[in-house]
Design a protein around this ligand. Structure first.
Ligand code: SF4
Length: 461
């Protein structure tokens, strides 16, 4: 959970990076930062808060140059403090480097212990800084050699953007767990976690980066490297279910199309007679249109979401989450009273927000609530960069569907099957990571299983 953006060879690059981050704000709301280069110097500004609040016009004017990178952060490793905000900018023996990372490195703890034992001093608690140290201490001659050397020592998920005075580099892990797309803006190049960041600056989508690909962009154009042995892709299916914006393409596919298909598949697997299909806004709107289209039950905006607070799922503190659940949604009595509802949600994590939501629907007179979830039960934590809570906090980890239904207080509850989820999204079961649904961790599995058995969370792994 983070958004990364990079741009090369375009005037006022920092201002375009700002717009790109604005489009990627849903991927992280704790901190944001931009670094830019005018080919002679690297400038940067990072701060806690939302993109629109952090950067003043003066800040953007001071971020000079025709190349820039940006990051919007939600912490999955390292605490939510300014010292962990990105991009991380360092001066080292080969010059200046700024780095922005989306994903989670599963062996960062071990590598960090090793580096510290050999004299490295860290200034943050992020896994990203581990990578910076590995690049800085590599004995490779060229930057690309140092990057390949560093990446070959880490495991887990990364989509990375690196900026130096004269180059912009993008990289994705060999299993392609997190998305990174390449775009074109005039004669320049753009990299972003999602293509909605291209649309906002009128950049053209070129293609997704391939598993293990590194692209180096400089005055000579773009060079692609594939230095690692081909691995089976393990693309995070949750990007389609919940995380990416529906107007984005990820790994070359439309998220909106995938999400509608998830809803349609759900209607086939769990049909029910009802008056309205009502989404839990906004992340379930697309799936609800799919369910409505397939079932021919009218779609209604029966719940209104207050857009001026963060998503409860990604708010880090429990106090805020509880508060957020009450202020976030308002049911529309006019629509819901005496009606049988199919309530569509993308997932159930802890179940606490959902239970409160059902109570609200009952308060305004909903006659029946049939809850339909456009993904399978989440039974395991994510160790690759999505902040699902620990296993014991996940309602589906220790409870049957019937128990969850009872807890939620709904007439019926139906979760999409894993097969149905993949059928809707497209492709084959074995090209996706579905570990939060099935516990089969595709990368660094032994280390993760050890963490789980020691009851550590991913931050300690
Ligand atoms: S465990 Fe779940 S959220 Fe994490 S990468 Fe895999 S599919 Fe995505």
């Amino acid at each position: 959970m983070c958004g990364v953006f990079g741009i090369y060879g375009v005037p006022e690059a920092a201002k375009l990076a700002y717009l790109g981050l604005y489009a990627l704000q849903h991927r992280g709301q704790e901190s944001a930062g931009i670094a830019s280069s005018d080919m002679g110097k690297v400038y940067s500004r990072v701060a806690m808060g939302l993109v629109a609040d952090i950067f003043s016009p003066q800040d953007l004017d001071s971020l000079k140059g025709s190349s820039a990178l940006g990051h919007t952060r939600y912490s999955t490793t390292g605490s939510s403090t300014i010292k962990n905000a990105q991009p991380i900018v360092v001066d080292y023996s080969h010059g200046t480097m700024a780095m922005a990372h989306n994903g989670n490195l599963t062996n960062a703890r071990q590598v960090r212990d090793f580096l510290e034992a050999h004299g490295s001093i860290f200034s943050s608690t992020t896994d990203t800084e581990v990578l910076i140290h590995l690049i800085a201490t590599s004995e490779g001659n060229k930057l690309i050699d140092c990057i390949v050397d560093a990446l070959s020592q880490i495991k887990g998920a990364y989509s990375l953007v690196i900026l130096t005075k004269k180059k912009l580099i993008g990289a994705v892990d060999p299993n392609n767990i997190r998305p990174l797309s390449l775009g074109k803006k005039g004669n320049g190049w753009v990299l972003a976690s999602e293509t909605c960041a291209f649309d906002i600056i009128d950049a053209e989508y070129v293609r997704p980066l391939e598993p293990g690909e590194i692209v180096v962009i400089d005055k000579d154009g773009l060079k692609s490297y594939k230095p690692f042995k081909a691995q089976k892709p393990a693309k995070c299916i949750f990007e389609y279910v919940y995380f990416s914006r529906p107007d984005s393409y990820i790994w070359g596919n439309s998220v909106q199309k995938a999400r509608k298909a998830l809803g349609a598949q759900l209607a086939k697997e769990f049909p029910v007679k009802a008056d309205y299909v009502v989404p839990v806004p906004d992340s379930s709107n697309s799936a609800a249109t799919g369910y409505s289209g397939e079932s021919k039950i009218p779609y209604e905006m029966g719940i209104i979401r207050n857009h001026y607070i963060g998503r409860t799922f990604i708010e880090p503190s429990q106090t805020i989450r509880d508060f957020g659940a009450k202020i976030k949604y308002n049911p529309v009595k006019e629509i819901l009273k005496d009606k049988k509802l199919v309530l569509i949600d993308d997932s159930i994590v802890r179940g606490t927000t959902g239970k409160k939501l059902v109570k609200m629907l009952r308060t305004v007179g909903a006659k029946e609530v049939h809850w339909r979830i456009s993904s399978p039960p989440i039974t395991n934590s994510c160790f690759y960069g999505v902040d699902t809570p620990t296993r014991k906090e996940l309602i589906a980890a220790g409870n049957s569907v019937e128990k969850i239904r009872e807890f939620m207080g709904v007439e019926t509850l139906g979760y999409l099957s894993p097969e149905g989820m993949v059928k809707a999204v497209g492709g084959k079961m074995d090209e996706y990571c579905m570990a939060c649904f099935d516990g089969k961790y595709p990368v660094d599995s032994a280390n993760i299983q050890k963490c789980i058995s020691e009851e550590k969370n991913e931050e300690k792994c």
